[in-house]
Design a protein around this ligand. Structure first.
Ligand code: HEC
Ligand code: HEC
Length: 241
């Protein structure tokens, strides 16, 4: 029947989830974008992070100097992060494709050049140590997810994108070693629950949905410890790019 077909077609086109059919990010990795990020001036970023206005706190109030001392562990560590990743997140907050009221407000007034400057500044900072509960254990099965993935659930190994040391990779794949446990868990839950939808091609949403809560907790602990092993200042991977 003709009408039947039309209904099916219409429902296939209907947007679903909070993204409502909007693109997950407006950032296109064109030559211009790459060159903007590459030219980011870290010394300008160092200044911008301390600026506060009447209605917006300074970045340092929440993330600490150089993004290395978040005032709460729910706030992400930004130090040592891949510059292109940080730039993309800041643009996504500015465009509203990543939603967080405080962050949307924090970047509202900043130009793309200023966002690139901040990204360059954070990339130069050494990865700080983060608190990890010494009692937390990481199972063999979870380690397998890191290096082998799980074919049955179509989970690619984390290391295949984020690097063997969780140091991040081209273009916009973040460093996850050294990230705060609580933020790591929260943001994975946000991907799984479609609250964070700015990952291009749903790369992280698909994976986060396939993981159990326990696996996410253990992965967060694993990567926090991995960062601590590297946080003697030798892990300035992002700066080297
Ligand atoms: C009032 C506290 C607050 C202020 C001020 C603030 N941030 Fe944030 N920032 C947060 C929180 C909370 C998150 C996590 C939000 C989320 O889950 O999307 C975040 C997320 C981020 C992220 C994403 C990190 C990641 O790993 O994906 C970046 C980058 C960032 N902030 C940079 C900045 C910069 C640059 C400024 C200043 C212009 C700033 N923030 C000001 C609280 C703050
Ligand atoms: C196909 C490549 C790919 C694989 C495999 C992958 N990731 Fe990701 N991951 C990404 C990309 C790209 C982003 C950034 C997406 C965005 O812009 O929000 C990301 C973001 C993240 C974030 C958010 C970082 C932050 O600072 O907010 C976490 C945490 C994370 N991944 C953990 C994992 C874990 C754990 C695994 C393995 C179970 C994994 N990823 C596997 C590509 C991948």
């Amino acid at each position: 029947m003709k009408t039947h077909k039309i209904i099916i077609l219409a429902s296939a086109l209907l947007p679903f989830g909070p993204a409502q059919g909007a693109p997950s990010s407006n950032v296109a990795w064109t030559v211009e974008t790459h060159s903007l990020v590459r030219k980011g001036d870290a010394s300008i970023g160092a200044k911008i992070e301390t600026v506060e206005t009447e209605d917006v706190n300074a970045c340092t109030d929440c993330h600490g100097k150089g993004g290395a001392e978040p005032d709460r562990d729910k706030h992400p560590t930004l130090a040592g992060q891949v510059a292109a990743y940080t730039f993309k997140q800041l643009r996504d907050y500015k465009d509203g494709t990543r939603e967080n009221r405080r962050m949307n407000e924090a970047v509202e007034r900043l130009t793309n050049e200023q966002l690139a400057a901040l990204a360059a500044w954070y990339a130069q900072q050494p990865v700080p140590t983060v608190e990890v509960d010494a009692d937390e254990t990481v199972s063999e099965e979870t380690l397998r997810l890191v290096f082998r993935g799980d074919k049955k659930r179509l989970i690619q190994p984390c290391a295949s994108c984020h690097g063997r040391n969780g140091q991040g990779a081209i273009i916009d794949v973040p460093a996850i070693a050294g990230q705060n446990v609580k933020y790591f868990v929260e943001t994975m839950k946000d991907y799984a629950g479609e609250k964070r939808t700015n990952d291009i091609y749903s790369r992280m949403r698909i994976i986060a949905k396939a993981l159990s809560r326990d696996e996410i907790n253990e992965l967060a602990v694993y990567y926090a410890r991995l960062g601590n092993e590297q946080s003697d200042g030798s892990n300035q991977q992002a700066a080297a790019q």
